[in-house]
Design a protein around this ligand. Structure first.
Ligand code: HEC
Ligand code: HEC
Ligand code: HEC
Ligand code: HEC
Length: 216
C-alpha cells in the first residue's frame, strides 16, 4: 500500500510528506514504527512489515503461525546454575527458536520466503547469539510445583500477570504451553508492550516485570 502510494506519480506531494511523517513516528501499541517495523531496511526487499516473519502461503513447517523466516539449525548452550530448580536441559522450543532465527545471528535477516542467499546479519546489542548462558533461562516448564520447590516464585496458575488490560494469570498471559519463553517478557508486535521499553510486556521500573514471577 505504502509502496504503491509512493510509486504513484499522481500522488500529491503533501500526501507523500504526510506519509513520511506518520511512518516515522512510533505509534503507541502497534508494530508500526517499532523495532520490528522492517519497512525502511535495505535488506527487506518486499517493503512489507509482516513478510520477513509471516506469509499467507508456503509457510515453514513450524509451530509458529504462518512462519516465513528461515530457521536456524544452531545448537544452543542453555542457561544453567547450581541454584536452578527447573529442568533446563532441553533446547529452545519452537516459539523461542523463531526469535532466534534472527537474534542468534546465524541466519541472514533477508532470508525469508525463497531467499537463502542473504548477507546481512543482526549485530550489536540486539544479537543474542547461540550461547544462552548469559540470558534469562527459557524453554522450561514453570508450574505450581516448581514454585513450591523453589520457594521464591509465585504460583503461575493463581498469581495475576498484571499486564495492562488483562485479568489473567501468569500461566494464561505469559507462558506458552506452560513454558517460559522469549515472549514471556517480550511482545514481538509491540501491541501491548510498555512504551519506551525494549518491547517488554510490562514496564520494568522498580523491577516490576521481574517481581511478577519472583517473590523477592
Ligand atoms: C519480527 C517478526 C514478526 C513480525 C514482523 C510480525 N510478527 Fe506476527 N508473530 C510473530 C511471532 C514470533 C508470533 C508468535 C507469538 C508470539 O511470540 O507472540 C506471531 C504471532 C502472530 C499471530 C498469531 C498470534 C497473535 O498474536 O495474534 C498473528 C495473527 C500475527 N502474528 C500477525 C502479524 C501481522 C499481521 C504482522 C504484520 C503487521 C506481524 N504479525 C508481524 C512474529 C512477527
Ligand atoms: C526477521 C528477524 C527478526 C525476528 C524473527 C525477531 N526479531 Fe527482534 N529484532 C530484529 C531486528 C533487525 C531488530 C533491531 C531493529 C533495530 O533497532 O535496528 C530487533 C530488535 C528486537 C528488540 C529490541 C527492541 C528495541 O526497542 O530496541 C527486542 C527486544 C527483540 N527484537 C525481541 C524479539 C523477540 C522476543 C522475538 C521473537 C518473539 C524477535 N525479536 C523476533 C529482528 C527480528
Ligand atoms: C525474563 C524476561 C526476559 C526473557 C525471558 C527474555 N528477555 Fe530479552 N530482555 C528482557 C529485558 C528486561 C530487557 C531490557 C534490558 C534493558 O533495557 O537493559 C531485554 C532486552 C532484550 C533485547 C534488547 C537488547 C538488550 O540487551 O537490551 C533483545 C534483542 C532481547 N531482549 C531479545 C530476547 C530474546 C530473543 C529472548 C529469548 C531467547 C529474550 N529476549 C528473553 C527480558 C527478557
Ligand atoms: C514470567 C515469569 C518470570 C519473569 C517475568 C522473570 N523471571 Fe526470572 N525466572 C523465572 C523462573 C520460573 C525461573 C526458574 C527458577 C528456578 O528454577 O530456580 C527464573 C530464573 C531466574 C534466575 C536464575 C536463578 C538461578 O537459580 O540460577 C534469575 C537470576 C532470574 N530469574 C532473574 C530475573 C530477573 C532479573 C527478571 C526481570 C528482568 C526475571 N527473572 C523475570 C520466572 C520469571
Amino acid at each position: 500500500m505504502l509502496t504503491n502510494l509512493i510509486m504513484n506519480k499522481k500522488t500529491p506531494a503533501v500526501v507523500l510528506i504526510l506519509v513520511f511523517i506518520f511512518s516515522s513516528v512510533a505509534l503507541a501499541g502497534t508494530i508500526v514504527g517499532s523495532a520490528h517495523d522492517f519497512r525502511g531496511y535495505l535488506w527487506n526487499e518486499s517493503g512489507e512489515i509482516c513478510k520477513p516473519c509471516h506469509t499467507p502461503h508456503n509457510t515453514k513447517p513450524l509451530p509458529a503461525p504462518l512462519w516465513n523466516h528461515e530457521m536456524s539449525i544452531a545448537t544452543y548452550t542453555m542457561y544453567d546454575s547450581p541454584t536452578m530448580d527447573a529442568d533446563v536441559s532441553s533446547q529452545p522450543s519452537g516459539i523461542s527458536k523463531i526469535c532466534l532465527s534472527c537474534h542468534d545471528g546465524t541466519v541472514a535477516l533477508e532470508n525469508y520466503g525463497d531467499i537463502t542467499s542473504g548477507t546481512i546479519y543482526l549485530f550489536g546489542e540486539n544479537l543474542i547469539g547461540t550461547d544462552l548462558r548469559n540470558d534469562h533461562p527459557i524453554s522450561f516448564v514453570y508450574d505450581d510445583s516448581l514454585a513450591i520447590k523453589d520457594g521464591e516464585l509465585y504460583d503461575p496458575s493463581t498469581k495475576l500477570s498484571g499486564l495492562v488490560g488483562s485479568s489473567g494469570t501468569i500461566h494464561d498471559d505469559m507462558l506458552f504451553q506452560g513454558k517460559m519463553e522469549c515472549s514471556s517478557c517480550h511482545d514481538v508486535h509491540n501491541t501491548r508492550a510498555a512504551p519506551g521499553t525494549k518491547l517488554l510486556v510490562k514496564d520494568n521500573s522498580g523491577s516490576s516485570l521481574c517481581l511478577t514471577c519472583h517473590d523477592k
